[in-house]
Ligand binder design. Structure first.
Ligand code: BGC
Length: 410
């Protein structure tokens, strides 16, 4: 009997990542209107400040926001693409390093080389994370054509996705930590999508060493929405080589196999006995070179995993993945309200982009774990729906928790 989405979700109590995050995210928390604000509840100074980062070709200014929590974790974000430029967290010895791939100048994000490689480092992705086959879908009997930017397919929102627009940003400080509310209005017809989409994403850096990403959207016409965050991590530090020794656990008993164009075939396949079984922590590189058709199509891992406890609630993120790096001891835990997670092992990185510490980003020197609905859902009635209706509010939450420990744990 073929597997179905419903049959692959495990029954039982979801694994919760953290209670800390649950109640606190209220939008519109006291905004910070000056350039800097600090509070000193913990050992380090909590702060959020803003400065100029660069200028877009049309003259609009791009700002960079620096957020810090009470434990010294620091994150920098620009309003262009909502891009997370840097994220410094401590290793097991207490040494801080920047664990996300990215650049220190706006020009690097705007360069032809970057556009060509199209890695979406650290960016917000919209309106639709991952691919829509042929850039086409039908909704309520009407067919829609989207901008194509990945051969014949539509990828990560098209030619001018949310990664390339200027967001309105409002910094805030709340009981939980410091953060940014980012807003963007996507006009009716943008990249081919129906409806005006009012989008709001909140980044909160908490004193529990979590980055909480909250997504909200409303529309005036039915339209697909699937927002995500495209940070690439290297827990040893960006620019420090391959991620193949990182131990990965994904709480998924199944994945969605793809064709050569990385479009889901519609099958929900069990991970058992395949290189896609990450139910126990396993080094990313252990099976990546196996002779396996799915690994060949993905040029490594580039697949959507069906989260065992995913998609249950829009309020309560459940643990989806854990990644541990042996040299630094850094541990990243990801919890989400989404039903899927795209594990991408940086297969298209080719050493032609140079990062913040002056090192080229070589093949598989960063990985992304993108919480999401499944790719191509607008063309797959049996996948969880991505259609947002007027009057409804799209809501999604993902929590990244940073810590460090000597052993991989379980
Ligand atoms: C996709 C990859 C793509 C990468 C960068 C990932 O989310 O699954 O196929 O190459 O993003 O664009």
């Amino acid at each position: 009997m073929p597997l179905t989405y419903a049959s692959m979700r495990r029954a039982g109590t979801p694994l919760r990542l953290s209670a800390g995050a649950a109640a606190m995210l209220m939008f519109g928390v006291a905004g910070i209107h000056g350039n800097t604000a600090t509070a000193s509840d913990g050992a380090a100074e909590r702060s959020v400040d803003r400065s100029a980062f660069g200028q877009l070709p049309d003259g609009r200014q791009v700002d960079v926001y620096r957020l810090a929590n009470a434990n010294g974790i620091e994150m920098r974000v620009i309003d262009y693409g909502g891009i997370i430029l840097s994220l410094k967290t401590p290793d097991v010895r207490g040494e801080f390093d920047d664990i996300v791939l990215g650049f220190d100048s706006l020009d690097a994000y705007l360069s032809d080389a970057y556009r060509q490689a199209n890695p979406y480092f650290g960016a917000l992705i919209g309106r639709y994370g991952n691919r829509i086959a042929g850039g086409r879908f039908s909704l309520d009997g009407e067919s829609h054509s989207l901008a194509t930017n990945d051969g014949d397919n539509h990828l990560h929102g098209g030619q001018q996705g949310f990664d390339r627009v200027l967001w309105q940003v409002e910094p805030f400080e709340s009981e939980a930590g410091t953060g940014l509310v980012l807003r963007y209005t996507s006009e009716d017809g943008e990249e081919g999508y129906p409806g005006t989409l009012e989008t709001q994403v909140t980044y909160t850096l908490t004193d529990a060493d979590e980055l909480i990403v909250d997504y909200r959207a409303t529309t005036d016409k039915a339209t697909p929405v699937n927002l995500t965050q495209h940070s690439y991590f290297n827990l040893e530090g960006e620019g420090s080589g391959s991620i193949l020794d990182h131990h990965l656990m994904i709480d998924a008993d199944a994945f969605t196999p793809v064709d050569e164009g990385l479009i889901p075939t519609g099958e929900i396949r069990s991970v058992e006995g395949t290189p896609f079984d990450f139910t126990q922590p396993t080094p990313i590189g252990e099976r990546i070179e196996r002779d396996d058709q799915q690994l060949t199509f993905g040029k490594g891992y580039d697949h959507n995993f069906v989260l065992a406890n995913g998609g249950a609630s829009v309020d309560d993120p459940v643990l989806a993945a854990r990644v541990w790096e042996p040299d630094s001891g850094r541990l990243l835990e990801i919890a989400t309200t989404e039903p899927g997670i795209q594990f991408y092992s940086g297969n298209f990185l080719a050493g032609d982009l140079t990062g913040k510490r002056g090192e080229a980003y070589e093949h598989r020197s960063g990985f992304a774990l993108e919480t999401q609905h499944f790719p191509d859902s607008p063309n797959r009635a049996d996948f969880p729906s991505t259609i947002l209706e007027p009057g409804d509010t799209y809501r999604s939450r993902t929590i990244y928790r940073f810590s460090a420990q000597e052993t991989p744990g379980s």
